[in-house]
Design a protein around this ligand. Structure first.
Ligand SMILES: *[C@@H]1O[C@H](CO)[C@@H](O)[C@H](O)[C@H]1NC(C)=O
Ligand SMILES: *[C@@H]1O[C@H](CO)[C@@H](O)[C@H](O)[C@H]1NC(C)=O
Length: 400
């Protein structure tokens, strides 16, 4: 503003000196000039005023711009911070991925292990096939069940659940009585006759087992009792009945997670004796709850071979084997007429589809155990506390 006022002041001084020398003629001229000067001064003032406004506006604008710039800077740093966190997270994810990738074994390792496993499976299968072939060759019976002919109710004794049978080994007449789903007392009778006549129970011998049994699946074969040891999922014991000592014990692989028969929830391992020897029937849940049969070496309890059958556990109440063929007995939860509806032949000569449903004699039944006696061709059954014997009829399998 000071620079604008100084030239205006000089100009007015000059005009004053000119006025003092002039004549009256010039008075008009001077007045005119003075008016012009005032006008100029006014315009200069205006000009100054404008300059000031512009300066102010410029200042205001620039401070506004500064404000914007600083808030922009704030935004920028915020964005940068966010970018930093995102990149940090990306880094972390990448590290985790790397860690996981390191933990996953290399593909070729897996392939190698698979190949090894396959080899082992093949070897095991070959081994089993050899054993199976041996059983086939050793087959010296060719009978099949054709019907369940008659029933004889022998006695009513013991609990609702239990099992009884005659030792199926040749020449033995001894009868055994095991009442209840969990106990350790075995009653031994000299013969079926003495069992029938006993009033009410007068056994020749009372044997105390070293361990309780579980379920109703036990058998006696040649003076040895084979049974499922209570409180174990799948341990079986072989006990010498002469002095009550455990002579052998083993575990049945894959068994014990599920009762064998849907309608008998306490039996997890069911033993059977047929013309070929000793068997265990159980369920492997890995095979859709179908029955599995395992051939045991009765001397050493080692597993000869295992067959997965296509017979279902659902609605089954028992099963027995005749000449290597499993016959599964079905019923209803409320008791009814038992029927054989599924069979499985390890030799693959008799087929379930071609075989008719076989009915048990007309009677309402609820079997907790069924045991076949190969010599007498009889089934020893425990039917809701009644000890019953079924006579069966067999036929000879004609093979080409
Ligand atoms: C065990 O069996 C014997 C003989 O059958 C019987 O007298 C006894 O009551 C049974 N014990 C239990 C706990 O069921
Ligand atoms: C029981 O009898 C068998 C023979 O049948 C014998 O080997 C075993 O030593 C006997 N055990 C006891 C404890 O007497």
């Amino acid at each position: 503003m000071a620079t604008g006022a100084f030239p205006c002041f000089l100009l007015s001084l000059t005009l004053v000196s000119i006025q003092s020398q002039s004549s009256t003629q010039d008075a008009f001229m001077i007045q005119y000039l003075q008016r012009r000067l005032v006008q100029i001064e006014e315009r200069m003032n205006q000009c100054e005023q404008n300059t000031m406004t512009v300066t102010q506006k410029t200042y205001d604008l620039s401070s506004a711009v500064r404000g914007y710039v600083s808030s922009l800077n704030v935004l920028k740093s915020e964005v940068r911070n966010q970018v930093d966190t995102v990149s940090m997270r990306v880094d972390r994810i990448e590290r985790e991925l790397e860690y996981l990738e390191n933990k996953i074994p290399i593909l070729s390792d897996i392939e190698m292990e698979e190949a090894l496993l396959e080899e082992q499976i093949k070897a095991a299968e070959l081994d089993q096939l050899k054993k199976k072939a041996k059983i086939k060759i050793n087959r010296d019976c060719n009978t099949a069940l054709s019907q369940i002919k008659s029933v004889k109710i022998v006695k009513k004794a013991g609990d609702a659940h239990g099992s009884w049978f005659k030792d199926p080994s040749e020449g033995s007449e001894k009868v055994y009585f095991l009442s209840g789903i969990r106990n350790n007392t075995v009653l031994e009778y000299m013969s079926l006759q003495s069992f029938i006549e006993g009033t009410p129970m007068r056994p020749a011998k009372v044997l105390q087992l070293p361990f309780h049994w579980q379920g109703n699946g036990h058998v006696v074969y040649n003076k040895f009792l084979y049974y499922h040891k209570a409180n174990t999922p799948n341990q079986i014991l072989k006990v010498d009945l002469l002095n009550g000592t455990v002579v052998d014990s083993t575990l049945i692989p894959g068994a014990g997670r599920h009762p064998v028969y849907d309608l008998n929830p306490n039996t997890y391992l069911d033993f059977a004796v047929d013309e070929l020897g000793l068997w265990v029937i159980h369920v492997d849940t890995a095979y859709e709850e179908n029955l599995v049969i395992t051939k045991l070496d009765k001397a050493t309890l080692s597993v000869d071979y295992t067959w997965d059958t296509r017979c279902r556990s659902r609605d089954a109440e028992g099963a027995f084997l005749i000449c290597g063929t499993l016959y599964v007995v079905y019923n209803t939860r409320y008791g009814g007429r038992s029927t054989v509806q599924c069979l499985y032949d390890i030799h693959d000569t008799i087929h379930s589809e071609e075989s008719p449903v076989m009915f048990f004699p007309k009677r309402y039944t609820s079997h907790s155990s069924i045991h076949y006696h190969p010599g007498d061709k009889e089934l020893y059954a425990w039917d809701d506390g009644y000890q019953t014997i079924y006579k069966v009829e067999t036929s000879t399998i004609v093979t080409e």
